[in-house]
Design a binder for this molecule. Sequence first.
Ligand SMILES: CC(=O)SCCNC(=O)CCNC(=O)[C@H](O)C(C)(C)COP(=O)(O)OP(=O)(O)OC[C@H]1O[C@@H](n2cnc3c(N)ncnc32)[C@H](O)[C@@H]1OP(=O)(O)O
Ligand SMILES: O=C([O-])CC(=O)C(=O)O
Length: 399
Amino acid sequence: MSDQTPQGTTVPDAAFQPQIFKGLAGVPVDYTAISKVNPETNSLLYRGYPVQELAASVTFEEVAYLLWHGELPDDAQLAEFEELERRHRGLDHEVKRIVDELPLTAHPMDVVRTAVSVIGASDPATPDDSRESNLEKSIRLFAKLPSIVSYDQRRRHELEFVEPRLDLGYSANFLWQTFGEAPELEVVNAFDTSMILYAEHSFNASTFTARVIASTLSDLYSAVTGAIGALKGPLHGGANEAVMHAFDEIGTGEGSAARATAWLDAALAEKRKIMGFGHRVYKNGDSRVPTMRDALERMVEHYHRPDLLELYVALEEGMAERKGIKPNLDYPAGPVYHLMGFDTETFTPLFVASRVTGWTAHVMEQLASNALIRPLSVYNGPDERHVPPKGNASGEPAA
Ligand SMILES: CC(=O)SCCNC(=O)CCNC(=O)[C@H](O)C(C)(C)COP(=O)(O)OP(=O)(O)OC[C@H]1O[C@@H](n2cnc3c(N)ncnc32)[C@H](O)[C@@H]1OP(=O)(O)O
Ligand SMILES: O=C([O-])CC(=O)C(=O)O
């Protein structure tokens, strides 16, 4: 395949028919040993383990370790890893200062993206792309993201930063730092489940972005910063925030289910995409949704909000009837985060805090067997042409 159409044509001619895979849909780009998304069996494996089993039996810290090292930690390895993660939870004054300078109109994803960039710019080891150095950077980002996300949510409410608690696990501490109260176990468990389910999903758009950046032999922080930019969009991670905006448009509370159906009809008539539904790879439902939906049901009960579940079910059934399209992970995750008390704009930064594990595992995998990622394009612009001669001072063409 050529990078251009044959010379002199603007439309590819009949004899030259390169196949274009718009959006790289269905195109295998490389191998990965990190996760397997299987739409036929509706399953998702992290390093061979079904994600549902992981969510039921291990913590997010163990999943992070698994993604980076390929194996679950034994007790001694876990203790050492947890100690390392807890040690890096604090936030440097410089990061807080720069975050403070960002206007409150900045989206929290822009804040997280900037904070990661600042951490990268301040790390003297940024150019060192050895696996050992990249693993250290990954653990530090993993440990610091809860501080960044909670700091930003709290500053928007004019609340002080809450220092991390080193006696708490990752998820309990994340909730503690955000809300300044010791969280209840049931809430911690639901949050931990969301972190595990969001951690990794093969060559999705943000992970692929990270791999493209890594493939140029740029640095890990740049790869994560770029991945955050890709995740922000509502066709990808931004959908968990967008789900809640839809719920707000419909209006939660009594009668929400009836309103949801009318809202859906109007939205589909306007050809709007319904956020939290559909998936590039899963065409028969997202493997992670049942587990996240269980967590939603537990949170609905915990916070006494049956109206939210009614709205959830009404939209889900409406989409199934009208379009035959099923929810993706962002659909149950949005209302779960809402019930826990996170600001709607903070939902996608929570996804970042989880997915940083997958992104960085992919950066290390890319570097271990690197090839510059540079696909081809097929030119369909104007035929070759030439810059017209410029006029002289009198406006006449130059001799
Ligand atoms: C964690 C994640 O990132 S999961 C994805 C989160 N994103 C969302 O929830 C955003 C809403 N969903 C979507 O926009 C899409 O389903 C995507 C982007 C996720 C997947 O898109 P693709 O695989 O490219 O499918 P595509 O957009 O071509 O959709 C195929 C058809 O289904 C329709 N469709 C797909 N999703 C939706 C939706 N959410 N609402 C309405 N119609 C939809 C499309 O309009 C299209 O219809 P058409 O053939 O009549 O034009
Ligand atoms: O795989 C995708 O395209 C999007 C997704 O579900 C994810 O990144 O978790």
